[in-house]
Ligand binder design. Structure first.
Ligand SMILES: NC(=O)c1ccc[n+]([C@@H]2O[C@H](COP(=O)([O-])OP(=O)(O)OC[C@H]3O[C@@H](n4cnc5c(N)ncnc54)[C@H](OP(=O)(O)O)[C@@H]3O)[C@@H](O)[C@H]2O)c1
Length: 303
């Protein structure tokens, strides 16, 4: 499997890259991380965990090239426009730069993290269509590549503004409609399985998820964990009318495109430990969930 080989992880101070770096270390890979600030606390924590931390930037191709020297694989993820720090064009430029340099450097396996709603046909949302452009570019390159499409993170559920503090949770789905969700900790486990078997996964595009729940099931599990009643309703028409971004996302859920279509049987083979929502709430999500129960705030979903 890893045989002491090394993987360069982008975004290792963030959610996806952090999950990937941790899982690869656990699986015995050597891990290098390109970070913008080697002295930042998350970078220092990575170094303390055994990661080879190097300085660089998506906008500095020379730093990407230097970081790729001698690595066997690359995990690529970029920030996107709803986060407010980059444009859709920046995201495309960054994603293509990483892929181009990986191909030039003769890297053995590129894993690119795209998004669950990404398809060849336009979605109407820039930060999905940007990923479609990066995917299309990667498919033209002479490199063994695997594209993962993560569905909505469970971590979104505990963001302010969804009503947990008021005992009334609002989300994208109808009460009887299911949506697939992904625990960020599972991303690394899927990616570790992909790097462990290049023959099997090169050329594949794989939607990844951890669980599927309906709105009513969200209410039931939340009530159980909170120890008090939490009801569920889909975002009201007034809320959707006032927020075009939310409205477009909800329309994509209704169209099935953002509700998730991951194949759980295949995913279970890659990662038998995939987290159910209940398990996530009992584990890594517990503290954030309990905090969200007592935290008012405005809707700030920005992924
Ligand atoms: N939320 C969801 O449900 C969901 C689902 C599927 C896909 N996505 C996608 O996930 C992506 C974001 O991933 P994430 O949540 O893991 O990100 P994140 O936690 O916000 O972290 C962003 C990472 O990118 C690094 N970074 C930012 N600008 C950089 C630059 N110029 N050069 C080098 N590194 C840079 C940051 O490093 P620093 O330490 O330097 O800041 C950080 O490690 C977005 O494309 C989003 O659309 C989200």
């Amino acid at each position: 499997m890893s045989d002491g080989k090394s993987i360069l992880v982008f975004g290792a101070t963030g959610q996806q890259g952090g999950s990937v770096a941790a899982a690869l270390l656990k699986a015995g890979w050597k891990v290098r991380a390109l970070v913008r600030d080697v002295a930042a606390s998350k970078s220092v924590a990575l170094a303390e965990a055994g990661v080879d931390v190097v300085r660089g930037d998506f906008d500095d191709a020379a730093s990407i090239r230097a970081a790729m020297q001698g690595v066997d694989g690359v995990f690529s993820v970029q920030p996107s426009s709803p986060g407010g720090t980059v444009s859709d064009e920046d995201e495309v430029r960054f994603g293509i730069a990483v892929a181009d340099v990986a191909a030039e450097a003769g890297v053995g396996h590129l894993v690119y993290s795209s998004g669950g709603a990404v398809r060849e046909t336009p979605s109407g949302l820039g930060h999905f269509d940007s990923k479609a452009r990066i995917e299309a570019h990667i498919r033209t390159l002479p490199i063994a590549a695997t594209i993962i499409r993560p569905v909505a993170f469970m971590e979104i559920l505990v963001m302010p503004g969804f009503g947990l503090d008021q005992g009334q949770f609002n989300f994208f789905v109808q009460p009887d409609q299911a949506i697939q969700l992904l625990a960020v900790e599972d991303i690394g486990k899927y990616v570790a399985a992909i790097f462990a078997d290049r023959e099997k996964f090169a050329g594949e595009t794989i939607e990844i998820a951890s669980d599927a729940v309906t709105g009513s099931e969200l209410a039931a599990v939340f009530s159980e964990v909170a120890g008090r009643a939490i009801t569920y309703a889909r975002f009201g028409d007034d809320v959707l009318a006032a927020n075009p971004f939310l409205s477009k996302l909800t329309a994509l859920v209704d169209a099935g495109r953002l509700a998730g279509s991951a194949d759980f049987d295949a995913l279970r083979e890659m990662n038998p430990e995939m987290r159910s929502l209940r398990e996530w709430l009992a584990g890594t999500g517990r503290q954030a969930f309990l905090q969200a129960l007592g935290r008012a705030g405005n809707w700030a979903y920005n992924a």
